[in-house]
Design a protein around this ligand. Structure first.
Ligand SMILES: [Zn+2]
Length: 123
């Protein structure tokens, strides 16, 4: 698979959060495997992941085109750990995963997929 280098999405959602973003690689807290590549806009803790900000893998990022009722839970592909629950963020009418706070590990990334670090150490 070719290396993909993503660029930040710049739109009104980013503007509302200060106009800046960072890439996060999200890993499973249980087995340490990479789960997805995410664009976090602005400051604050990561409590939910908007599906329109998930770049990869394609099987997760493509959920943006589905109806909320057709989107299942976000689980680790390797160990099946539950990471997030689909929900609509009413204020912006955006599909998101509400995150289980201890189910994932986040690392700042450079927007590259497949990830440079495929697996992280777990506690
Ligand atoms: Zn896992």
């Amino acid at each position: 698979m070719d290396l993909q280098k993503f660029k930040f999405k710049k739109d009104q959602y980013q503007d509302h959060r200060g106009g800046w973003s960072k890439f996060l690689n999200i890993y499973c807290d249980h087995c340490g495997e990479h789960v997805l590549l995410y664009q976090k806009d602005g400051p604050g803790p990561l409590k939910r992941m908007y599906i329109d900000r998930i770049f990869a893998p394609q099987e997760i990022s493509s959920l943006v085109d589905k109806d909320l009722k057709d989107i299942g839970e976000l689980r680790c592909k390797t160990c099946d750990r539950l990471i997030g629950i689909p929900a609509n963020y009413e204020k912006e009418n955006r599909k998101a995963f509400l995150l289980l706070s201890y189910a994932f590990i986040k690392k700042i990334g450079r927007g590259i997929y497949p990830p440079e670090i495929k697996k992280v150490e777990t506690k």
